[in-house]
Design a protein around this ligand. Structure first.
Ligand code: F0G
Length: 366
């Protein structure tokens, strides 16, 4: 019988705050591959898989939260959605607003959005506002804007975003048969680590501070345990590691260039309650991990996504990864969104040859 993945709302409806008859705004998000990474297993002595979230419709994990948040807005008279973003949230909001028939305004830090993400917001018809400031300034502005004007906020401070994003944890358990020992992911505004922790707990029959009534804890448990949550921040934007907000966050991983995460408390709870940790890695480590993923695993991710793998490699060097542990790293966004950073100084123009087999053979040195 024909079957196609139906998007996270239909696949996990009994665990989401979407009632029968509510509109569902979806692009078929979720159902992303969990890919074994033998090159990382060999380097760490663990059994490492990647949750490849760049395979979502707009190329990042944001689509999981956006389908739920946008479905909720579509059930109200509100005609405008707004978000602050380092790029991926705006790309996702713009696309899902098209599906919902809503207008979308995105407020972005000027000059700090990867070209592919900016292109997505533009082609999907969002109104762009560039701010002379960082993401934290943008989020402050849209929060006030949504308070005072008839606009729905679709950043992860909207609780429906975390509800949708928790489905990634469900998929990991569905694929592995139980929760892994350790789950590693990059941390910026700290919504995603909070959402995974929520999802893992609900699948294990427990609730957390982010649980909403009737969204799963009353259902029979699917998992017998929860993983340790390992968050990874960029050195220049590591408020959760330092324990204090960073006024001028700076990193090559623009997606996580955030100094004062909105879900600070939930992320700290995830770390503490799971027996996990939040570490920082340098831009050089991030770029090295991105290159390694591309060259040795076959997965092209954007820099922020590589932070999770950089964090895992660092932990392994420090002897913190138990031998044989089952580890899942979320790689949050597609490498195609930011080709400029990936290519760096590399020469992208191959030598041009005459249109003959002989010239091709010579060029290949065969
Ligand atoms: N990875 C990517 C590719 C991201 O785009 C983000 C966040 C994160 C990791 C961090 O996730 O914020 O839940 O801790 N991007 C947001 C945006 C801030 O506006 O697109 P988080």
């Amino acid at each position: 019988m024909a079957h196609q993945w139906r998007g996270v709302v239909e696949e996990y409806r009994e665990r989401l705050p979407v009632a029968d008859g509510d509109p569902v705004v979806t692009l078929g998000e979720g159902g992303t591959p969990l890919v074994a990474a033998p090159a990382l297993s060999a380097r760490t002595g663990a059994d490492v898989h990647l949750k490849v979230e760049g395979a979502n419709p707009t190329g990042s994990f944001k689509d999981r939260g956006m389908t739920v948040a946008m479905s909720k807005v579509a059930a109200t008279p509100t005609e405008l959605v707004v978000c602050a973003s380092t790029g991926n949230t705006s790309a996702s909001a713009a696309a899902y607003a098209v599906r919902a028939g809503l207008r979308c305004a995105v407020v972005l830090p000027a000059g700090k959005i990867a070209a592919g993400k900016l292109a997505q917001a533009i082609v999907h018809g969002a109104t762009l506002v560039a701010v002379d400031g960082n993401f934290d300034d943008c989020l402050r502005i849209v929060r006030e804007l949504a308070d005072r004007y008839p606009a729905a906020l679709v950043n992860s401070v909207n609780p429906y975003r975390l509800q949708g994003q928790k489905t990634a944890a469900f998929e990991v358990v569905d694929a592995l048969g139980d929760a892994p020992d350790i789950h590693v992911l990059p941390v910026g505004n700290a919504g995603n680590i909070s959402a995974y922790w929520l999802g893992y707990n609900e699948y294990a029959g427990r609730t957390t501070a982010a649980s909403l009534p009737g969204t799963g804890a009353d259902l029979p448990p699917v998992a017998t345990r929860t993983p340790r949550m390992w968050g990874v921040q960029a050195d220049g934007a590591a408020p959760l590691v330092k324990g204090v907000a960073v006024e001028h966050p700076e990193t090559v991983a623009t997606a996580i260039r955030i100094g004062n995460p909105a879900s600070w408390d939930l992320a700290e709870a995830a770390r503490t309650d799971s027996g996990g940790r939040i570490d920082a890695v340098t831009d050089a480590q991030i770029l090295a991990a991105q290159a390694l993923l591309a060259a040795e695993v076959g997965v092209f991710v954007e820099p922020a996504s590589a932070a999770s793998v950089a964090g895992l490699l660092q932990a392994a060097e420090l002897g913190r990864v138990p031998a044989g542990a089952q580890v899942v790293c979320t790689v949050t966004g597609n490498g195609l969104k930011d080709t400029a950073t990936a290519l760096g100084q590399a020469d992208v123009e191959p030598a041009v040859i005459a249109p003959t087999l002989g010239a091709a053979v010579a060029a290949l040195g065969l």
